[in-house]
Write a new protein. Sequence first.
Length: 385
Amino acid sequence: MNQQTEAVYIHIPFCTNKCFYCDFNSYVLKDQPVMDYLRALDKEMELTVKENPPGRIKSIFVGGGTPTVLKPDEMAYFLQSVKTHFPDWAEDIEFSMEANPGTTDLEKLSVMRAGGVNRISFGVQAFQNSLLTGIGRIHDTDDVYRSLENARSAGFSNISIDLMFGLPNQTVEMLSESVTEALKLGLPHYSIYSLKVEENTLFHTLFQKNQLPLPDEEDELNMYLLLMERMREAGYKQYEISNFAKPGFESRHNMTYWRNEDYYGLGAGAHGYIGRKRHINIKGVTPYIQAAQAGLPRLESYEITHEEAMEDFVMVGLRVLDGISRSRFAQQFDASLDDVFAGPLGRMTQRGLLESTDEGYKLSSKGVLFGNEVFAEFIGSLSAN
C-alpha cells in the first residue's frame, strides 16, 4: 500500500461544443479563461506532488472535454507543466491524449509529440455523417482521415479510435460498415462503447419525451455480438468489455483503473485514488481556478474502507476479460478471494456468468453480455454482511 503512485489522469474540460449524449464535466470553449485554468492546473500539480511524491510515472492520460482544443502555445505550456512536476518517466511510458477529429492540425500534433505525448485516442464514434450530425459531433468522416494522416506525419504510431453503438437511427448494418472502415485503418487499438442515455443531456430530455429513436434491445445485442466477432476475426484481442487491441497495445493507463491501483486525478471535476483515499475535485472552471489558488481544489475526499476496496477490486477487475487474480487479491488485502466472496462467486459461477481459472475468475462468454448483472452482485456484498 505504500508504493508510490505511477499513473496520472489530467482533465482539460473545454470543448468546441457539447455532444448530445455527453454528461462529462465539460464546457464550451468560447470565452473560457484557458490560460488561467492551465496555471491553476500547474498549481494543483505542484501541491499534489508535495503532498504525495510520485514514483516513476508509467502512464499519463489527458482527457476531457477535448484536450486538443488547446492552441499550440497553450498545449506547449501545459505539457511543460506536466514534465516539470512529474519529471521521472518510465522509459516505456504511455502518454495518451484524447482528441477529436477536426481539432488537430499538424502543428498542434507536432507540439504534442515534442511534449512527450506518444499515444492518441480519437473520438470517431461512427463512419456515417448522418449519425455524427445526429449525436452532435462537429466532425465528418473526411476529418477523421485527415486527422489520422496528420497524426502519423507528426510521428504517432500508437493510435486508438472510439466507436459507439446503440446510437439513434443506427442499424446493425451501419455498425458493420463502421467496423469495416475502422479496421481498414489497421490501428493497434479500438474502444467500442454502447450509448448510455445519461441525465442532464439533450438525449435524456428527448428520451423522456419518447423522441429518441434508439435501436431495440435485440438489435443492440446483435451489434455487440457482431463487433466482438469482427474484431476477433481481424486479430484483435478483446481485453476488456469495450476494448480491443493488438498484443502489447492494451491501454496501460486504463489497466491501472481496472486493477484498482493508485492514480493522481488532476483538473476540474477529476477523480483521484491514492492510498485508499478517493477525492473529487471542484467541477466548475472558475471555482476550480479560485480554489487552486488557495490550496488543493477538492470538492470531497474520503477514505475507502477495506471492504469497499475489496468490492472495487472485483467489480473493476472483472471488466478485464483475463479476469481477477487470487494472488493479486491476497497481495493487496492479505485475504483469500474465494473465502471473502464465496457467496457471489458461487452464485455467478453456478449461473454460468463467471468461470474459474487457474489464476482466479473471469467472465464467461455469456457473462460478457451481462456484465452489469455480475458486477451488481458484488456491490455492497461485504458491507451487507
